[in-house]
Design a binder for this molecule. Structure first.
Ligand SMILES: [Zn+2]
Length: 630
């Protein structure tokens, strides 16, 4: 039978799930094949959660609790397993999970259940070969052995097990070869937010896996992961496309159902402001009464009325989201959640880990509002105009109706930066004086402690705002000094500096496109750093870098909106004046115009001392200049 037609028919018919599987098995060759192999048995009576309760034995080696599986221990997993059961019509199921919630056991239970009770081709997919190997050796194999299922398996290939009526292959997201070989009815996909965006040029690994399951009428695809960074987080996207279920528990005071959200968790501080995580308790959003964690087991149980509630009923498939507040008693406590939260403050990588693994949410750069006051407070007294560590100077220029603003920035290893000078040059840009003042800033020597002089190696000026013609005129005559006009381009994923083009303005001035969102993402991450590291931003303690400078530098906030249920980020001004930010972004982009390797210069201890203005003069006299020297 024609395969396309086959699919069409299958999509039109209501697929019977209760005992009629052999009715439809004739419609699909692979289906029939596997049906034959499995002896055309009807689907099992038990769902996965029922099977787990009756039969699953947890191995001693890999679980925190060995012995028989108890659904009551992790009652929120029951419905997820049941959606993955052959009796349930869902083809896709997404689970956005924190760590220490038992999420991986869902995947293992599902794999074992199908291998034993509804054998078919099963795929288990991990991020890399290394994680696949670890997962197979430490989780899958001991689980199968603990129940004697390993005796069903033939062959001793780590990544391919055969059993009567089916097989289980293990693959990883960055190898196209093992994502596209054989058809699969059940695909269990773990930690998908960590998977490569593109698998060896063949596209999204999730799409490759989906394609492998398409021929089966009763396919199951389980997408399971802790979240990553929003905008690039697959599990967040899969969760949002689904019906977005949250697990609601009854309030012990008023009985109203509510989800356990981080913002409902309260704790005290001592008189000196020290956090007291041991006082953690939940505040009911309905009656505002509070309760402690010892009620957790009781409140989460199905008997108490706790249940999953879809917050987006029109979603395409069941999608589940949890955080570590649901971690069973004895696994991970509310107290520990608060303690980790408070100790992560000020440490970006710890905050991100906490957000992903505990809060069960994607890390949002939106939350990264930079504290201008904090930056003001950590200005430094430089030992020289240009501190040691700087190997290159660049400048960014912002044009206004009554003034030009310019910042000269010093760059070191790993884009560590030093504000050198920030000037506001008042004057009407239609008149020459303010341009002469700007030229003086761009041409001046800047001195290091040992007397070495550095010059602005490249500068960019925004040509798309005020006085476009004057900007082109100014830069057009100074391109030999790497002074260029620029145009900001918003949108994720743009390069900091795009391909330069020629204009007809200012006697053929060039225009440099600047990926402003990319540069802002980078800058705002750098501004979060509190200790010297690649990207760390230094500022001098002087009037140029005062309160207003930092207010402007932090004058934009990343906000998100949804377009076709996909997250779209954009920067929005939080105050009118943001010239300091614009100057800084342009100075950053100007680094790319110089074509030097900052890390190499820093390692060699050789700052870029070339003076672009003098270089030209020498050239005019017929002396060859070869760029960077001294
Ligand atoms: Zn209440």
């Amino acid at each position: 039978m024609n395969e396309e037609l086959d699919q069409e028919i299958l999509e039109d018919v209501e697929i019977p799930y209760e005992g009629d599987r052999d009715l439809i098995s004739g419609l699909n060759v692979e289906w029939a094949l596997y049906g034959l192999l499995s002896g055309l048995r009807p689907p099992p009576d038990l769902t996965i959660s029922q099977w787990a309760q009756n039969e699953r034995i947890l191995p001693k080696t890999s679980s925190s609790e060995s012995g028989g599986w108890e659904n009551d221990r992790t009652p929120y997993l029951e419905e997820i397993m049941d959606c993955l059961s052959p009796q349930h019509p869902a083809e896709d199921v997404a689970f956005m999970k924190p760590s220490q919630i038992g999420g991986t056991e869902v995947l293992i239970n599902t794999g074992m259940y199908y291998a034993k009770h509804d054998p078919c081709p099963i795929g288990v997919f991990q991020t890399t070969e290394k994680t696949a190997e670890r997962f197979t050796k430490q989780r899958i194999n001991p689980s199968f052995s603990a129940m004697g299922l390993d005796k069903l398996m033939s062959g001793n290939n780590l990544y391919f097990k055969e059993f009567p009526g089916g097989s289980m292959i293990t693959g990883w997201s960055n190898s196209a070869a093992n994502l596209r070989s054989m058809p699969l009815r059940v695909a269990l996909n773990d930690e998908i937010s960590g998977w490569v965006e593109d698998c060896e040029g063949e596209g999204d690994p999730c799409d490759l896996i989906t394609a492998r399951t398409e021929n089966f009428p009763n396919k199951k695809r389980f997408w399971c992961s802790t979240p990553g960074t929003e905008g690039h987080c697959r599990i967040t996207q899969k969760y949002l496309a689904g019906d977005q279920r949250e697990y609601r528990v009854p309030c012990p005071w008023c009985g109203e159902l509510h989800a356990w959200k981080w913002e409902y968790l309260k704790w005290d501080r001592d008189p000196r402001g020290k956090h007291l995580p041991a006082t953690a308790r939940m505040r009911c959003p309905h009656c505002r009464y509070e309760y402690r964690e010892h009620l957790k087991t009781e409140l989460m149980s199905k008997d108490s009325g706790a249940r999953w509630v879809a917050t987006n009923p029109s979603g395409l498939y069941p999608s589940f989201g949890l955080n570590a507040l649901y971690s069973p008693l004895g696994w991970f406590s509310w107290e520990k959640m608060v303690r980790e939260f408070t100790t992560a403050q000020g440490n970006i990588s710890k905050q991100k880990t906490w957000t992903n693994n505990r809060k069960g949410e994607a890390w949002q750069t939106e939350g990264l509002s930079v504290d201008g006051d904090g930056l003001l407070g950590r200005r430094e007294n430089y030992l020289a105009e240009v501190p040691d560590g700087v190997v290159l100077l660049t400048a960014g220029v912002d044009t206004q109706d009554n003034r030009l603003e310019v910042e000269v920035v010093g760059w070191g290893k790993g884009y560590e930066s030093w504000g050198i000078t920030k000037k506001i040059l008042y004057g009407n840009p239609t008149q020459p004086q303010v341009w002469a003042d700007l030229d003086a800033v761009l041409l001046a020597p800047y001195r290091m402690e040992d007397g070495t002089e550095l010059y602005v190696a490249a500068a960019l000026q925004d040509a798309m705002g005020h006085h476009t013609d004057e900007v082109y005129k100014f830069t057009g005559r100074r391109e030999h000094r790497r002074v260029f006009s620029s145009q900001g381009r918003s949108g994720a994923g743009r390069p900091v500096v795009g391909k330069m083009s020629k204009t007809t303005k200012g006697k053929g001035a060039s225009l440099v496109p600047v990926g402003v969102d990319t540069a802002k993402d980078q800058l705002f991450e750098w501004l979060q750093l509190e200790d010297r590291a690649p990207g760390y931003c230094h500022f001098p303690k002087n009037e140029e870098y005062g309160d207003e400078f930092f207010k402007q530098l932090t004058a934009e906030k990343k906000t998100k909106r949804y377009r076709n249920s996909l997250v779209v980020w954009e920067y929005k001004k939080t105050r009118e004046r943001n010239e300091a930010l614009d100057c800084r972004i342009l100075a950053r982009a100007a680094v790319n115009l110089v074509g030097v390797d900052l890390d190499k210069l820093a390692d060699l201890g050789r700052p870029y001392t070339f003076n672009p203005a003098r270089g030209l003069a020498r050239k005019k006299r017929g002396v060859r200049s070869s760029g960077a020297r001294q």
